[in-house]
Design a protein around this ligand. Structure first.
Ligand SMILES: Nc1nc2c(c(=O)[nH]1)N[C@H]1C(S)=C(S)[C@@H](COP(=O)(O)OP(=O)(O)OC[C@H]3O[C@@H](n4cnc5c(N)ncnc54)[C@H](O)[C@@H]3O)O[C@H]1N2
Ligand code: MOO
Ligand SMILES: [Mg+2]
Length: 405
């Protein structure tokens, strides 16, 4: 976690807050509701005045006034008096119950308006009490949590016109590979379009960081070296895809050496993404993700995303782990822990995981239907339909502390 660094805060306007992560606790600055109020359109009464009311002996109240939501009743409510009150309006001090319009009958004479009821009410009937939702001083949402629409409601409730949030780390992205074409270019022999960059830019956004696309680089040492050196000044972290394995044109390992980066690891016992390399130089983290799309995708979610969340004060920065039932056999042996890109659905009240389809490290089609990474531990094999397995949720803003026990 030392290398992961620490997060920075910034203060933003509430209108920009949706989707960001809190850098401060959201505290109830006053009780909610702030005053006893009516949950119905009806009449506020003193419950004791209704004690004798029954079908045969209705009790009559003189209507002493009316209060709309936003108004406050200034008079005094006396014995056998009621005040017309609307939903959300503050209940007059002397009153302690509310009768819905539907349970009253109204009439009037030359001087006054009246209403009658045919049943008694007790103190507190139909009162929405001050503080029943939340008491003052309660921590409602903790620093590090994501600001969802409900949190937006709380920020507004308590007058947070500005809010402290985690600054989004800026993550630069280079796609490396002389075979790469831009998205608008026509296919030509031996070439493919650069899909990883667009995928990673979206993953960066999903993780809550700021993507900075720096372009694609051909597999030429000097060019890559100077581009990476230059880019480091502009970003908090730098992702490259491709060129990280043992091929003649896999230049990243030598580039890390040349810039004197501290390589934290350059292989991981997992599939896909075994070539994932992470290095650090002057407080900047370099993620050397695989060129293979599925391996690149998994490398991001397992290694980059947790760093983003850690810097955003999330207490559980790793992907949320839950269990699911396998929808079909997965018989392949797993010499190393496998993270299978899979879809999920709910069937008979149970989460089911479908790992079917072409699922190699270079697979791209499956990614469009990937909701989870199904975790099959190293040293296992022959998973059967119906087996319970761990899955890591990709679209949840909740996390796990450390999901891969
Ligand atoms: N002799 C060995 N060969 C390989 C090993 C090994 O251990 N020994 N590891 C294999 C594994 S596992 C993987 S994963 C790949 C990793 O390769 P690199 O990260 O070096 O990536 P590249 O060689 O540049 O490209 C691999 C593959 O991905 C395609 N690619 C690259 N960039 C993109 C992009 N931006 N968008 C879409 N596709 C991309 C590229 O054309 C290649 O097909 O190495 C194995 N080899
Ligand atoms: O790193 Mo490779 O993705 O294990 O296939
Ligand atoms: Mg390679």
């Amino acid at each position: 976690m030392a290398v992961a660094g620490s997060g920075k805060k910034e203060t933003i306007h509430i209108d920009q807050a949706y989707g960001r992560r809190l850098a401060e606790n959201v505290i109830a600055k006053h009780p909610v509701p702030p005053f006893d109020r009516s949950p119905y359109d009806g009449f506020a009464i003193r419950a004791k005045d209704s004690k004798t009311a029954s079908r045969d002996h209705p009790v009559t109240f003189r209507i002493a006034g009316e209060i709309a939501a936003g108004d406050v009743f200034t008079g005094e409510v006396k014995e056998q008096e009621a005040v017309r009150i609307m939903t959300g309006a503050q209940i007059p001090d002397e009153c302690d119950a509310v009768v819905m319009f539907e349970l009253t009958a109204e009439h009037s004479d030359e001087k006054n308006k009246y209403m009658t009821i045919k049943r008694p009410f007790t103190e507190g009937d139909n009162v929405s009490f001050a503080g029943e939702d939340t008491k003052e001083g309660r921590v409602l949402v903790e620093k590090g949590e994501s600001i969802n629409p409900g949190v937006m409601a709380l920020l507004a409730t308590f007058g947070y016109s500005t809010v402290e949030v985690a600054e989004k780390p800026v993550i630069g992205v280079f796609a490396t590979g002389s075979e790469l074409l831009d998205v608008h270019e026509k296919l030509e022999p031996g070439k493919i379009r650069n899909s990883n960059a667009h995928m990673i830019l979206a993953q960066i956004e999903r993780a809550g960081a700021e993507p900075l696309y720096l372009g694609k680089l051909p597999d030429q040492f000097d060019l890559c070296l100077s581009a990476i050196q230059k880019a480091l000044g502009k970003v908090d972290m730098l992702i490259t895809t491709g060129g990280v394995s043992v091929g003649d044109y896999d230049l990243l390992p030598d580039i890390y050496k040349e810039i004197g980066a501290n390589v934290l690891f350059n292989k991981v016992a997992m599939r896909p993404g075994s070539v994932t390399t992470v290095a650090e130089t002057n407080g900047k983290i370099l993620f050397g993700l695989s060129g293979n799309p599925s391996a690149c995708y998994v490398g991001f979610e397992l290694f980059v995303r947790p760093v983003v969340l850690h810097r955003s004060f999330a207490k559980e920065p790793h992907l949320k782990k839950v269990t699911a039932r396998l929808m079909g056999d997965f018989l392949k042996p797993n010499p190393f822990t496998r993270f299978v890109r899979s879809a999920i659905e709910i069937k008979d009240g149970c989460l089911e995981v479908d790992p079917s389809g072409f699922n190699k490290s270079n697979a791209v089609a499956v990614l469009a239907y990937t909701d989870v990474l199904m975790v099959l531990p190293g040293g296992t094999r022959n998973f059967k339909k119906g087996d319970m397995v761990d899955v890591l949720l990709l679209d949840s803003d909740k996390g796990s502390e450390w999901p891969w026990e």
